[in-house]
Design a protein around this ligand. Structure first.
Ligand code: EPU
Length: 422
């Protein structure tokens, strides 16, 4: 298993190219199940999760080829298999995104029920509820969700859960609805840019969708959808991670391709902390503050502060001049990084879904263990500023969502090396 050895203290300066969004690319790839003809996707990051989705789609009869490093070609060749098996679903929760398009196009979806993961229990009741509301029959067979429908008919579907909207449930119902009869209205739809990107992709394929990017999405069913050429949006979480990296290391980075309109809450938080953030002609410029101000942040569905940047901003607040409060409203247990950051000298105390962060003057290098994708990113960030060497173990977590992160960091001055661990 690979490890990162990071020697902290270097100022990061220069340009970083932000890649395509993982969480937009995965459902868009799954949407290829709905299409007739060939689709070419540009700006698809070369990540482990993308490779797993390609593998799953391959088993479901889609010919997926990476024709250039960030370009995929997809074409459905065989519609006989409708089963996303445990072996793949257990490796990647986003596999659940094939449920909507399988049901929508093949009228049968059999998807292994994903279990919990490091960031929480993560149920899929809203996905099932939405499919049932379109007319599908549901059964649980040997740990698999089995959905079947002779025909799907649109209606009014409420997709709010105890923690608000759901990103992949909205995406699944959108994908199930585009080939349904009549009009579907999704209320309490997720507003994340990745949902809007999927809708824009489907519109380019011939779907009739309006309201995407708002809590009410309307879909008028169509008979069929065709393949297209499409560019996936840039990854706002990768961009946000590099914004924190610049702020932490007293550096200045130009994030090429990043979209500040997708990062309004993050920009606002960083500005309150004292960081300088501005839109440029080709992305975002971030310059560190002399002093890091403490802050109170609560994660929320978009456009609120994203849970996927909670761990990263925590590292910055750990070094603030005062006490901060960070509350997690999406995944109340997404705090596995806290103990690891404390091993590096942070003073963070968890109380329920909230952490109280007492700012310290410095972090110190230590061997730490990555537990999930974003927690691993936080440990790398901690290593960049810690005194001495930090060894981050199990970096396969970070490889799921950040393309060549160590190369991008090295290019702007970080001392980070990948090696084969024990
Ligand atoms: N929820 C339910 N029932 C459901 C679905 C969700 O109660 O049927 C709850 C969840 O437990 C959570 C909340 O609703 O408390 C929101 O979860 P959501 O369904 O929006 O999460 P997701 O769709 O499974 C996506 C991203 C995650 C990101 C979340 C929140 C993808 C492939 N994954 O997950 O990304 O954290 O939205 O923004 O889009 C990551 O990239 O590191 C990652 C975990």
């Amino acid at each position: 298993m690979d490890v990162f050895d990071i020697t902290g203290g270097n100022r990061l300066r220069g340009k970083v190219q932000i890649g395509g969004s993982k969480n937009a690319a995965l459902p868009i790839m799954a949407a290829s199940l709905l299409l007739e003809g060939e689709t070419i996707l540009h700006n698809v990051p070369d990540l482990q999760d993308v490779r797993l989705m390609a593998d799953l789609l391959g088993r479901l009869g889609v010919n997926v080829k990476r024709i250039e490093p960030n370009i995929l070609r997809l074409r459905v060749e065989d519609e006989s298999n409708c089963h996303a098996e445990y072996e793949l679903v257990s490796q990647m929760r986003a596999s659940v995104c094939v449920m909507g398009p399988l049901l929508g196009k093949r009228r049968t979806a059999r998807v292994s029920m994903p279990g919990g993961c490091a960031i929480g229990v993560r149920p899929i009741d809203l996905h099932i509820h939405g499919c049932q509301a379109l007319g599908a029959d549901y059964d649980l067979v040997n740990g698999d969700v089995l959905l079947k429908a002779k025909k799907l008919v649109g209606g009014d579907i409420f997709l709010g859960g105890p923690f608000g909207s759901s990103v992949t449930a909205t995406e699944n119902i959108l994908m199930a609805a585009v080939l349904s009869e009549g009009t579907t209205t999704i209320e309490c739809a997720a507003c994340e840019p990745e949902v809007a990107d999927l809708a824009n992709f489907l519109i380019a394929c011939g779907a009739r969708i309006s309201g995407h990017g708002t809590p009410r999405i309307t879909v008028e069913g169509v008979e069929s959808l065709h393949g297209v050429e499409y560019h996936v949006i840039p990854d706002r979480i990768e961009a946000g991670t590099f914004m924190v990296a610049a702020a932490l290391t007293n550096g200045e980075l130009d994030l090429l391709g990043a979209r500040i309109d997708h990062l309004v809450a993050v920009t606002d938080a960083l500005k309150r902390i004292g960081v300088h953030v501005r839109r440029t002609s080709d992305g975002i410029n971030v310059a560190a503050a002399r002093r890091i101000e403490p802050l109170e942040i609560t994660t929320q569905p978009y456009p609120g502060f994203p849970t996927d940047l909670q761990a990263q901003i925590m590292v910055l607040l750990a070094l603030a001049d005062g006490n901060s409060i960070l509350t997690e409203k999406i995944y109340p247990d997404r705090f596995l990084h806290v103990m690891e950051l404390n091993r590096m000298g942070a003073q963070i105390r968890k109380e329920g879904p909230t952490v109280i962060i007492e700012g310290v003057k410095r972090l110190v290098g230590a061997p730490v263990m990555a537990s999930d994708l974003r927690a691993s990113a936080a440990l790398v960030l901690g290593g960049l500023i810690a005194k001495g060497t930090t060894k981050v173990q199990r970096v396969y977590h970070i490889d799921r969502g950040y393309e060549k992160i160590e190369e991008k960091l090295q290019a702007v001055g970080a001392d980070i090396r990948r090696s084969k661990g024990a």
